[in-house]
Design a protein around this ligand. Structure first.
Ligand SMILES: Cc1cc2nc3c(=O)[nH]c(=O)nc-3n(C[C@H](O)[C@H](O)[C@H](O)COP(=O)(O)OP(=O)(O)OC[C@H]3O[C@@H](n4cnc5c(N)ncnc54)[C@H](O)[C@@H]3O)c2cc1C
Length: 489
């Protein structure tokens, strides 16, 4: 049967974008259907990854300047800096990314069409344009990469003025004096430190009974003490949250209860200028005609796929936020590319199970592999090596001395099992360790190789030496450590 396209892709976020680019490299005819009337790029460029990180970068620049040149220390950021300037910085980055996506599509002869795409059958998509016109196109393969949207609270209303979500926070026209963030996940923590570094008083109301549970305990403690220094108030086990306008006092009131309160059931009230609700996301799978093609979803409406990103329908694939965990731009790029490889029968390596995670708080946090607690629970014989930014020359030079790098490695083989970093450049720094780890290297790599100096990478060398010292102190002779290496090499 002759189709209009080799592949039709619903959505131009990282999953859709990378599938289109990869397919075009295989000389396949690809069509991107994008519901957003103006811009390609989805949450990746328009509302999530890129703008939130660009805004964070402005806060980081201001924070560094304030820390370095303390004349500003006593002056509130919101008095000195205009939100419009911060938006301008962010906007320029977004515009250049969108232009780049457009040129990449053009150069690689990927066709695009604006409108809401919906499955009509397993090989057909009906596209409704913003003018209401309908067009049906067919393809041998279809990729669903329609992303996700913010969860809406049941108890109160997001008015996008006083009460914001991840979309409307990007339209704030001033730096607020106070902000209450509801949510305890990565985005909540990122926005908390962005705004606190802009001089805003931030309270984080976390409905869960734990805080970033996947972090190594030492990294978490370090982060908590940084948040305390930054005067970010973190409350966990918060429930019965309600948000109301108090027009008499011209303020927004957040009422809540605490599970671990010594006065059980007591209602607390916080007055704030704005509320930012960041409590998760839901996949955009409800209006795309999945049932027409018989595509299966799970109980949370995520599309069920196999290891090849294939749904239960042979020629329909799905990638990115619509398939759930890890629901990151980083992973979506790989998933979209791999889906294309699998459609067209090109051999490609799977995404390794160990992927790095980053929290773009100020400072950053990044990790890969096992935490010390995980390893202990698994009964592994591990040793840790630590390096503190205050002892790293680059930390001094950049005046960024909050932070640490921790290596978790096998005491017997010295192989790296986990890396945990908090501090400046953590999300970049993790990749050096990731490469050594995935190539089966051990901590001696950082001692035996010359690393540029001064750099934050020095933390790897210091942590490796610290780790080897621990192995040595535990009774293994240095000579043996080296001998072991010679034997292996
Ligand atoms: C505040 C925030 C910060 C984040 N920070 C990071 C980060 O630092 N690092 C990271 O890796 N990830 C981050 N993420 C997550 C990341 O943005 C998403 O995981 C990623 O964008 C998902 O990619 P996707 O391709 O699945 O979907 P999206 O990027 O959401 O793109 C989906 C596209 O599909 C379109 N669409 C929807 N329905 C249809 C339809 N019916 N027809 C046609 N088109 C349709 C949408 O308009 C959209 O353009 C962040 C997310 C948020 C909200």
């Amino acid at each position: 049967m002759k189709y209009d396209y080799d592949v039709i892709i619903l959505g131009s976020g990282p999953a859709g974008f990378s599938c289109a680019m990869q397919s075009s490299k295989f000389d396949k005819k690809a069509l991107i259907v994008e519901a957003n009337e103006q811009d390609f790029g989805g949450n990746w460029i328009n509302t999530g990854t890129v703008p939130s990180k660009a805004l964070r970068e402005t806060a980081r620049i201001i924070q560094r300047f304030k820390k370095q040149f303390s004349e500003l220390e006593h002056e509130k950021t919101y008095k000195r800096h205009q939100m419009a300037d911060l938006h301008f910085y962010k906007q320029q980055i977004q515009e250049s990314k969108i232009r780049k996506v457009e040129t990449d599509f053009d150069k690689n002869e990927v066709d695009t069409i604006r409108g809401h795409g919906k499955l009509k059958s397993d090989h057909e998509v009906v596209i409704t344009t913003h003018e209401g016109e309908e067009k049906t196109l067919s393809a041998e393969f279809i990729l669903i990469s329609t992303g996700s949207r913010p969860v809406q609270p049941k108890e109160f209303h997001i008015d996008h003025d006083k009460v914001l979500d991840w979309n409307s926070v990007l339209k704030l026209n001033h730096i607020p004096h106070q902000l209450v963030i509801i949510g305890g996940g990565v985005n909540a923590v990122e926005y908390a430190t962005t705004f606190s570094n802009l001089g805003c008083r931030v309270s984080l109301l976390n409905p869960r009974d734990n805080f970033l549970p996947f972090l190594d305990h030492e990294i978490k403690e370090e982060f908590k003490s940084i948040l305390k220094k930054e005067k970010v108030e973190v409350l966990t086990s918060v429930y019965d949250i309600d948000v109301q306008e108090n027009s008499l006092r011209n303020t927004t009131e957040v009422k809540y209860k605490l599970n671990n309160d010594h006065e059980e059931g007591r209602t607390h009230v916080l007055e704030t200028e704005h509320v930012l609700f960041l409590s998760g996301k839901i996949p955009n799978t409800d209006t795309i005609g999945l049932s027409k093609a018989g595509v299966e979803t799970d109980e949370k409406n995520y599309i069920v796929v196999d290891d090849n990103y294939k749904t239960n329908v042979d020629n329909i694939y799905a990638a990115g936020d619509v398939i759930g965990y890890p629901a990151l731009a980083s992973a979506s790029f790989s998933e979209g590319r791999l889906a294309s490889c699998r459609m067209f029968g090109i051999d490609a390596l799977d995404v390794p199970p160990e992927i790095p995670f980053a929290i773009y708080s100020i400072p950053e946090i990044s990790n890969i592999g096992l935490t010390e607690e995980d390893a202990n629970e698994m009964g592994l014989n591990v040793t840790v090596g630590r390096a503190y930014y205050r002892n790293i020359t680059q930390g001094h030079i950049s005046n960024q001395d909050d932070g640490m790098l921790k290596l978790v490695f096998s005491t017997e083989t010295l192989k790296i099992l986990g890396i945990h970093i908090i501090g400046e450049r953590a999300s970049d720094l993790i990749h050096l360790g990731q490469a050594v780890m995935s190539l089966g290297g051990d901590i001696r790599y950082f001692i035996n190789h010359v690393l540029n100096y001064p750099t934050y990478s020095e933390a790897y060398r210091t942590a490796a030496l610290n780790g080897i010292n621990r192995v040595y102190k535990a009774g293994v002779k240095y000579k043996k450590i080296l001998k072991h290496q010679n034997k292996e090499d």
